[in-house]
Design a protein around this ligand. Structure first.
Ligand SMILES: *Cc1c(COP(=O)(O)O)cnc(C)c1O
Length: 392
């Protein structure tokens, strides 16, 4: 049986670094900053990259390599590099590829810190970004300029849970010879593989569902070999590397991603269905609900609907406040993709700095709740949310 023909679950479990002389079953932690050489010739050849081996953990380490190898297999990518955080992955990917004067076309609904990069920091280096509304992918072509280099998007989006047609994005990028970069954080490699639709690079915040237990931060970029080479060279000099400890945790987490994601998604669908029929809820958005505006696209490109459910409670800000103050079990936190169900109020927390129009443009209303559905028994999650809704 060839390794390439193995299924997702098998590759997630069986991709491992070479065993040491102790023949350990589970990969050990390689908590070492550097590696030693036999002699001066080996040292010279290693630094000249004539030899493929570990030199220094800012460049590579057996634990980070194992983690990256797994993500590459699970995403169908040629190569990758692992970062200390998802944002280090996003920043380093753009910084390695772009030059002053380049232009990005991006979906408007993107992670808050990525939005800050595009609007606050990149303009300092003369890199401009044009946004297209998530539900108007047909606007993309009109935003492309001679200096455009990248089309960028997340799907499903945060916190609006909108879905972008990856196949269409891939076609537009190919037609205009642009790089397509997708932040695949919400879907994980288990639900969708953007490379199948023409993405050149895929980014993950491993902090979310890849860790899945709210413990460590991490990020990774995978994709075309020649692009990863640029990202690697940039990163080995600038230092955003993932720690071996976190890489070990994240590689272990990937062993259970498929079973966790199956349950996360089944729970989220049940909650979404419950909310859809609740009198105190104005609307619910979940990719695998028939009422979702991009339901057909979601069904085409996603294996399951993900673990994020967005909904609007009645009575705007007041309703939201009452809802959150009456939640007893679920966590009020800004993180997502944890075993514990988390409810967030984007309007007053993660997106509070946005102007009202900008909030509405990315689907955030005052009564909107974002729920990251966890792995508790779904009956208990629904009971907690139902009680809080009753209080409104
Ligand atoms: C959380 C998140 C990031 C940033 O990841 P960190 O690990 O927190 O730096 C980037 N993109 C998306 C979609 C995210 O949800």
């Amino acid at each position: 049986m060839s390794l390439e023909s193995q299924k997702f679950e098998t590759q997630a479990v069986r991709t491992q670094t070479d065993k040491t002389q102790f023949l350990e079953h589970s990969t050990p932690m390689y908590l070492t900053s550097g590696f030693v050489f036999e002699d001066s010739e080996e040292m010279r050849a290693s630094f000249a990259e004539e030899k493929d081996r570990n030199l220094y953990s800012r460049f590579s380490n057996p634990n980070t390599t194992e983690f990256v190898d797994k993500i590459c297999k699970l995403e169908g990518a040629e190569d990758g590099y692992a970062f200390a955080t998802g944002m280090a992955a996003v920043f380093s990917t753009f910084a390695a590829i772009l030059n002053s004067g380049d232009h990005i076309v991006s979906a408007r609904s993107i992670f808050g810190s990525t939005h800050s990069l595009f609007t606050k920091y990149f303009p300092k280096w003369n890199i401009e970004t044009s946004y297209f509304p998530v539900n108007e992918v047909d606007k993309i072509e009109s935003l492309i300029q001679p200096n455009t280099k990248i089309i960028y998007a997340e799907s499903p989006t945060n916190p609006g849970v909108d879905v972008l047609d990856l196949e269409l994005l891939g076609e537009i990028a190919k037609k205009h010879k642009l790089l397509l970069i997708i932040d695949n954080c919400f879907a994980t490699p288990y639900l969708q593989n953007p490379i199948n639709y023409g993405a050149d690079l895929v980014i993950h915040s491993a902090t979310k569902l890849i860790d899945g237990q709210g413990r460590v931060l991490g990020g990774v970029t995978v994709g075309k070999k020649e692009l990863i080479r640029e990202i690697y060279l940039f990163s080995r000099n600038t230092g955003p590397a993932l720690s071996p400890f976190n890489a070990w945790v994240l590689s272990k987490s990937l062993e259970t991603l498929a079973v966790r994601a199956d349950r996360h998604c089944a729970n989220a669908l049940k909650l979404a269905e419950f909310l859809e029929s609740h009198a105190k809820v104005n609307w619910v958005k979940y990719p695998f609900l028939k009422s979702h505006p991009q339901y057909d696209v979601a069904k085409k490109q996603m294996k399951l609907g993900g673990n994020i459910v967005a909904f609007e409670v009645q009575n705007g800000v007041e309703g939201g406040k009452t809802f959150f103050d009456n939640i007893k079990m679920c966590s009020l936190s800004a993180n997502l993709g944890d075993t514990r169900t988390i409810v967030t109020h984007p309007a007053s927390t993660t997106h509070s700095k946005l102007a009202v129009e900008d909030k509405l443009a990315v689907g955030i209303t005052n009564g909107m709740v974002r729920c990251s559905v966890g792995l508790e028994h779904i009956d208990d999650v629904i009971a907690d949310i139902a009680e809080a809704l009753e209080a409104i």
